[in-house]
Design a protein around this ligand. Structure first.
Ligand code: URA
Length: 197
């Protein structure tokens, strides 16, 4: 049977392909319309995404929402997803501290991203951060080298690589933070223009 996003979401909810499902609350699948021309890919759900079941609803999501607004892009017009669909964390007291997914977890979870992309067939995809870029490229890439210009991902998928919104949250210096934020907004604007969105 042909994949649909609803079918994929239901299947992914039962995914046990890597051990990350054991400690996570639930699979956090992508969100948005199958007709979206632009797909944004992040790393993995964080604490709040894990609890709510929705991508980019926590602090990184707030940065993304603001940047989308400043870029003139409506969030509901794009499809937002992650390279890895379960929250990976280390327990520290009552807190759950984000832990970076490894190459094996990224590779195993790529099936879901690949199937989302096959259903949506977007005009353009934005890899936000190294994990998303690695998943889409099938190898590790240096974000700084590729950032901000159109590239071809495997299978002739047009897109670009930019930073992850949580990188912007971690920049301590106000001026650098503002400059990097403007570059992120410019990358989103370029992506929307190239997507014809
Ligand atoms: N960071 C991500 O990469 N994805 C989310 O959904 C939330 C935070």
């Amino acid at each position: 049977m042909k994949d649909s996003l609803a079918r994929l979401r239901a299947e992914a909810a039962l995914c046990t392909a890597c051990p990350l499902y054991r400690n996570a609350t639930q699979t956090v699948f992508g969100e948005g319309a199958a007709s979206a021309r632009l797909v944004l890919v992040g790393e993995q759900p964080g604490d709040q995404e894990d609890l709510s079941g929705k991508p980019f609803v926590g602090p990184a999501g707030a940065v993304l929402d603001k940047a989308l607004g400043d870029a003139g892009i409506e969030r509901k017009s794009v499809y937002v997803t992650n390279a890895v669909k379960h929250f990976k964390f280390e327990p520290r007291g009552k807190r759950r501290i984000h832990s970076k997914p490894n190459a094996g977890e990224i590779k195993i979870c790529h099936q879901w991203l690949a199937r989302e992309m096959a259903v949506i067939a977007p005009a353009f995809v934005v890899a936000m951060g190294a994990t998303a870029a690695q998943s889409l490229m099938g190898k590790t890439v240096a974000v700084g080298k590729l950032r901000g210009r159109e590239i071809l991902f495997p299978e002739n998928q047009r897109g670009l690589v930019t930073v992850h919104p949580s990188y912007l949250l971690r920049i301590p210096d106000r001026e650098s933070k503002a400059r990097e934020y403007r570059k992120f907004v410019a990358d989103l604007q370029l992506a929307a223009r190239l997507a014809g969105a």
